[in-house]
Design a protein around this ligand. Structure first.
Ligand code: ACO
Length: 317
């Protein structure tokens, strides 16, 4: 059996850091409210000259360097993003150009915050079927570009960033399972208008936070239970839980559901905020580089976002 195994990770953040105290100066909010309701303390925000393809390319270069492969060996580039800088071409093709790869397939997918885990499911199938040997998978978003900075209920939540992974064919182990779900019931509860719209320009995020919160807690908890059941494992078989970083309370609820102590949960929400599709690969990269996640560790990914679209994966790193 051929598995898709992560052999390199990378991430990239804009230099500008915006703290909760900075936000107190521009909207009616407080550091204490944001920390208590979300766990977020600061986030990185792109300057006007920074683009999503720059972040995605930087994250990709870091992942390629860790993997120790030649960029020309990459057969497929997938970028999960809901905030491409252009309607077309895809961000994946822009990354391909920046990396100077002559001959590979490149495309974007939009599953909002679940984009990276959806991409993992696609990459797994391409590698297991023998269609691709090396896949560059990126989750990247610049939600600051679609945030309404007058809406305190949403603008405090989001940050910008990109995370990347190189997945390669491996005969021993790798991604053991992925689960993807969607339910269009969420389309009016959480959405961002597009810069292509003539009526809603500049674009804005709109969210009915309480309803999204309830759906997220239920879906993420169900996903965790589904992964355990399908793989016939218990929480003892999970070395690290790497969840989507949307809200600390949502993460705690999902960890509670399987009795996983919080010291086995990778948390970056305090420093990154909700970076949408970038949040899981950036959290992964942080924990790989600081030595917590090691080769052979068993990981659980768990994501939820607009659509609604939610997804999970159980894998051996
Ligand atoms: N600062 C201070 N007060 C605020 C702020 C703020 N930034 N935002 C809202 N409030 C106020 C509200 O006006 C309200 O005041 P009121 O009681 O006088 O009316 C009060 O705080 C409570 O507001 P709620 O919306 O009920 O707060 P809640 O505890 O639900 O937290 C939050 C809001 C953090 C947005 C939460 O609902 C949440 O996390 N929702 C899910 C987000 C999510 O997971 N999104 C999915 C991924 S995102 C993607 O896919 C792009």
């Amino acid at each position: 059996m051929t598995y898709a195994r992560i052999i390199g990770t990378g991430s990239a953040l804009p230099e500008k850091v915006v703290s909760n105290f900075d936000l107190e100066k521009i909207i009616d909010t407080s550091h204490d409210w944001i920390v208590e309701r979300t766990g977020i303390e600061r986030r990185h925000i792109c300057d006007s000259d920074e683009t999503i393809s720059m972040l995605a390319t930087k994250a990709a270069r870091n992942a390629i360097e860790m993997a120790g492969i030649d960029p020309e060996d990459i057969d497929l580039i997938i970028v999960g993003t809901a905030t491409p800088e252009l309607a077309f071409p895809s961000t994946a093709c822009m990354v391909q150009r920046e990396l100077g790869i002559q001959n590979c397939i490149a495309f974007d997918i939009n599953a909002a915050c679940s984009g990276f885990v959806y991409g993992l499911g696609i990459a797994k199938q391409w590698i297991e079927s023998g269609t691709a040997k090396h896949v560059l998978l990126i989750g990247a978003d610049t939600l600051s570009r679609v945030v309404d900075w007058n809406d305190r209920a949403t603008c405090v939540l989001f940050g910008d960033g990109a995370g990347a992974a190189i997945l390669s064919a491996d005969e021993e182990t790798g991604v053991l399972s992925t689960h993807m779900h969607s339910d269009g019931v969420g389309t009016n509860l959480l959405y961002a208008t597009s810069s292509l719209s003539e009526t809603d320009n500049p674009p804005k995020i709109r969210m009915r936070g309480n309803e999204v919160y309830k759906f997220a807690v239920r879906s993420l908890s169900d996903l965790v239970a589904e992964e355990l059941k399908e793989n016939n494992i218990t929480q003892a078989d999970i070395d690290w839980f790497v969840p989507h970083q949307a809200n600390l309370r949502i993460i705690k609820a999902a960890a509670d559901r399987i009795g996983l102590p919080m010291d086995r949960v990778i948390l970056t929400i305090q420093d990154h905020g909700n970076t949408s599709a970038a949040s899981i690969p950036m959290a992964l990269d942080v924990a790989v580089r600081d030595g917590r996640i090691k080769k052979g560790h068993r990981l659980l990914f768990d994501a939820f976002g607009a659509g609604f679209a939610w997804a999970s994966s159980y894998l051996v790193f």
